[in-house]
Design a protein around this ligand. Structure first.
Ligand code: PMP
Length: 357
């Protein structure tokens, strides 16, 4: 019966997969999408790894599952325990799902500047959400420190510590990296993505670089207001953070332990301004039919630019991190775009998508 179903779905041109175990079994194995319109326009081969198709809706489902599995393997959490994390959103969403699927409690500390859609979703997923003032990492009131202290005050609880626990990058080294290698059959000149914790870039980068014998170049894409481009270009000088970006979940003021595992092996880094990211966000919708968040759009701008640097016709892969659903009240609002000085960045023929006041 099952094999008959598989044959039917295949004959209709749909991908076929075996059944998987629950939410956790559905994480990963995402499609690699050839971005046809953008590739043809630029003369390169640009691919996006469809991480928005993870069951919790983002690239962070992999990290969430990897962090919890690692703690279980080390005996740090037992049935009925509590998972605590400081997160700007997507890791919390992934953790909330994983915790429901495994029967753990989930407590999330986050900066109060994050979008209402993300806070609401976490609460709907049963997480105990604690928005706290957005202060720098050096401040003891920073959401990460509050998360750690709360976990330490409980029995049978873990602080997953997504920024500095390298089980995060390992999740990508053991899953996302091998999937990309297999999906491109090793024909990949460059990989580039932006980073928050650095887990995605470091884990995938390490795998692809090893597997290609150093042939695949790995680059970092940065939003404005992040220090990573200048850190990479100056070979290790950290500058004071200044400026800001409309992107969420990416950009850093320091080198996390996850990024540290790979930062010296990067071929380079560059910053993508918000006007290019927002324009690409609308173009991805118009030419590819993809409804994506701003970090994904930034990644595609960076992939096109990297392909140009590597030479005409080169193949570059990036990450499509999450969908626009969590940010739509901002990204498609004329008022908000004007307030950010970005309405004019959107080409005339794409302005029809600005449907919210
Ligand atoms: N894009 C979005 C929307 C995210 O939420 C995150 C995670 N903070 C990233 C990109 C970056 O992923 P990573 O933490 O693995 O660097």
């Amino acid at each position: 019966m099952f094999s008959a179903l598989r044959t039917v779905s295949r004959s209709r041109g749909f991908a076929s997969h075996s059944a998987v175990q629950g939410f956790n079994g559905a994480v990963g194995n995402t499609p690699l999408i050839y971005l046809k319109g953008i590739s043809e326009k630029t003369g390169s081969k640009i691919y996006g790894k469809a991480e928005f198709q993870n069951p919790g809706g983002s690239v962070k489902d992999r990290a969430a599952l990897g962090l919890v599995r690692n703690a279980e393997a080390k005996g740090l959490i037992k049935p009925g325990g509590t998972v605590v994390e400081g997160t700007a959103g997507n890791t919390g969403i992934g953790l909330a799902h994983v915790c429901r699927a495994k029967g753990y409690k989930c407590v999330i500390y986050m900066p109060s500047t994050q979008s209402q859609e993300k806070i609401d979703l976490l609460r709907m997923l049963g997480a105990d959400v604690r928005p706290v003032p957005a202060v720098a990492f050096e401040n003891p009131q920073n959401y990460n420190h509050q998360a750690r202290e709360y976990a330490e005050s409980l029995e049978n609880a873990i602080w997953t510590n997504q920024f500095d626990n390298v089980a995060n990058a390992d999740a990508h080294y053991t899953s996302t990296g091998p999937e990309i290698w297999e999906q491109t059959q090793g024909q990949i000149d460059g990989f580039i993505c932006s980073t928050g914790t650095g887990g995605t870039l470091a884990g995938i980068g390490k795998y692809l670089k090893e597997k290609s014998g150093g042939k695949t170049q790995i680059w970092l894409a940065d939003p404005p207001g992040s220090v990573l481009t200048s850190y990479v270009e100056s070979e290790g000088k950290l500058v004071e953070r200044s400026g800001s970006s409309i992107t969420e979940g990416i950009g850093q003021g320091r080198i996390t332990d996850n990024l540290e595992t790979f930062v010296k092996e990067l071929s380079g880094a560059f910053t993508v301004p918000d006007n290019k990211s927002i324009s690409m966000l609308y173009e991805l919708l118009d030419t590819e039919g993809l409804y994506l968040g701003a970090s994904s759009a930034l990644n595609v701008v960076a992939a096109v630019e990297l392909a140009e640097r590597l030479g005409r016709g080169s193949t570059v892969v990036t990450i499509l991190c999450d969908g626009a659903y969590r940010y739509q009240s901002r990204l498609f609002s004329r008022k908000w775009l004007v307030s950010k000085g970005l309405e004019e960045a959107i080409p005339e023929h794409l302005k029809k998508y600005i449907v919210l006041e």
